[in-house]
Each structure stands twice: as C-alpha cells, then as structure tokens.
Design a protein around this ligand. Sequence first.
Ligand SMILES: Cc1cc2nc3c(=O)[nH]c(=O)nc-3n(C[C@H](O)[C@H](O)[C@H](O)COP(=O)(O)OP(=O)(O)OC[C@H]3O[C@@H](n4cnc5c(N)ncnc54)[C@H](O)[C@@H]3O)c2cc1C
Length: 387
Amino acid sequence: MSSTLVESGELRALRTAVAALAARYGRDYFGTAVREGGHAEELWAEAGKLGYLGVNLPEEYGGGGGGITELALVLEELGAAGCPLLMLVVSPAICGTVIARFGTDAQKRAWLPGLASGGLRMAFGITEPDAGSNSHRLTTTARRDGSDWILTGRKVFISGVDTADATLVVGRTEDARTGRLKPCLFIVGRDAPGFTRRPIAMEVASPEKQFELVLDDVRLPADALVGDEDTGLLQLFAGLNPERIMTAAFAIGMARHALGRAVAYARTRQVWDEPIGAHQAIAHPLAQSHIETELARLMMYKAAHLYDAGDDAAAGEAANMAKYAAAEAAVQTVDRAVHTLGGNGLTTEYGLASLITAARVTRVAPVSREMILNYISHQTLGLPKSY
Ligand SMILES: Cc1cc2nc3c(=O)[nH]c(=O)nc-3n(C[C@H](O)[C@H](O)[C@H](O)COP(=O)(O)OP(=O)(O)OC[C@H]3O[C@@H](n4cnc5c(N)ncnc54)[C@H](O)[C@@H]3O)c2cc1C
C-alpha cells in the first residue's frame, strides 16, 4: 500500500538503493567536485545507469514508469548523503515531464531516452532580469518566419546551461507580447547561433553554475516548439509543479544531511561532564528540526501524489506549501546545525557553512517564500491583492 502517509515497499526499496549509491559518493566527493569546478559527473552517470535519473519518465522511452513521487525520493536521498544533483529538478522533472506530456512523438523519441539515462541534459529558463517573480512580464518573444521561429530575449540565473544539451526556454509569441502571460516553450540547442551564455558569479557551493542567457534572433525550426502555443500556461504549470516538489525534496535532503551531522557531533562533543547533546539548548532545536523536516516531507508526498494522480489544480497548492515548508525547515536546520558545531560549524573541514547559502536558495527559487505566501493569501484564503 502507498498513500501520502505510508511508503510502499517498492518506494522503501528505491530509497534504500539510492541511499546506498549516495553513501558511496557522499559530501567529500561533492565538496571536491565544487572546489575543483567539476560537475559530479561520475555520480550523475552512475545514477543514470541505475535508472534513477529517469524514474518518472515513461517506460516506453527508457524511463522507470514512475512519477514525481519516485524522482523526489531519489533527490531527497542524494541530498541526505550530501550530494544532491540539482539538475534532477530541471532535466527529468520539468523538461522530461513537459515533453512526455505535451511533446510530439519525434520530440519524445529525440529527448526522453537521453533524459532518462542521463546521457542528455536539458536546462530550464524562465527567469528574466526585468520580470523576476512576475512571470506576466516576460518579454522573451518568438515571431514566425515561414515555418521557423525567431526567438529574442534575455534570461538570468539559469542553472546548468554549460552541461545541458539544450535549454527549454519560456517565451511568448509576438501576438501575445503584452498583457497576461500566454507562454510558449521552445527547445533551444546549446549551439544554436545567437544563443550565448555568461556565467554569473554566485556564492553558492554547487557543481551547477548559473548563467545569464542572451537569445539574439535565434532561428528555431517549427518543431522546437513544445506542445501548443495556445495552451502554454497549462503546459508550463505541468512543469512548474514538479519543480516545486523537487525543490522541496532538495531542501528536505539538505536538512536531513545537516541534522545528521549535527546530531553525530552533539552525541560525542564533550566540554563539560556530558556531551553537548545532553543540553536541551542544543537538543531541542535539533528535535524541532526533525519535526519540521518530517512535516515538510509529508506535504511533499501529498503534492507528489496529487500530481502523479493527474490532479494538477490541487497539486499546485500542495506543491507551493511543500516548497515553503521544506525551505523553511532547511534554512532553520542548517543554521542550527552550524551552531551545534560551534567554531567547527564554520570551518571548511566540516563543510556545513557552505550549506547556509545553499539552503537560502531554496527559500528564493524557483518561487520565493513571499510569492508562496501571496499565492496562499489570494488563492486559498481569498484575501485581496496588493499588487
Ligand atoms: C541558485 C539559483 C538557481 C536558479 N536556477 C534557475 C533556473 O535554472 N531557471 C530559472 O528560470 N531560474 C532560476 N533561478 C531564478 C529564481 O527562480 C529567481 O531568483 C526567483 O524566481 C526570484 O526572482 P528574482 O531573483 O528576480 O527576485 P525578485 O522577483 O526581484 O524578488 C526579490 C525579492 O522581492 C520579493 N517580492 C517580489 N515581489 C513581491 C510581492 N509581490 N510581494 C512580496 N514580496 C515580493 C521576493 O520574494 C524576493 O524576496 C535560480 C536562482 C538561484 C538563486
């Protein structure tokens, strides 16, 4: 049996298997990759070979035939071992889902087997410098030229573009250039003429880098458009809900990792007669973190189950709440973990301080804490809007 409360035997087995893989790599491997400018390629390749990167994708295209529930679990376990693969949020979760649900047969054949095995990667670009949290302001515009599309615009903070074979770019058509967002999604190959990237210097210790993208009259064939240009909002949310659920998984994994490290330290570090974990000022915040992380995980499961059951509307609220709860749990837990280690919490050797910025990312991306509070205020509680 599997519900939002009880994990099935199959999910538990997947969790155990991913945890075993992640334990062979761990935080030291990941930290070295970050320091040396690597991309954790070995872990990505092995996870792909074992079928973990594509657990959510259709079996007929080489995926595992599961859902976002399974993929979230994979990311959570990688994160709990200290080696989360951020591109899981983007490549199989957003891009794979959107192509599997709305792509043509040719797009599915071209992309899904590679996204499932990890042999191909796709980044996702929606954020723009002048639009930020307000997607209705997106100005990346596609105009028709014969059967081709010409795409022009700018994107910021797009993760992993350097290792991605293509980027799924959210734009709008020329007819829908102003007003409420009527998005359309285009697959832009990494070497498309007019498509350039510039790395953004970030204080986030992650193998995946962020990029500013310029699309300068990028010519795309008709089949670069994924799905229908008139129902783009539905298609976009089909990808954004998994993104929120996966960010929750990323945050929960990070919280579990930080908490585990803090608990291990608090059990053995002794400066008076008892280990510091015996002091309630140390123990209670860690217990709070455990509770908050478990609660966030329950909401993540609820969101994933709703999404996998095809209830996009209900999944939206749950996915937002899961992302909110998980990010808050991660920020609090990392802070408490660093504090538990005293001075060691800030050393490079113990590697916890770098999680401070990583945890903050989950509070702002892919949708900020405030925009989720706005969503719940307006959509759920029916309160009036100030903007
Ligand atoms: C590490 C990292 C990786 C990322 N990867 C990607 C990626 O792969 N693809 C992609 O498309 N994007 C990516 N992003 C971008 C991310 O989704 C955005 O940073 C995020 O959506 C916020 O947009 P912004 O930075 O423009 O902030 P802004 O929209 O400028 O907001 C700034 C602050 O104002 C607050 N605010 C704004 N409007 C309101 C309001 N109406 N009410 C209350 N408060 C408000 C926000 O909550 C926030 O705290 C990434 C960002 C980071 C940091």
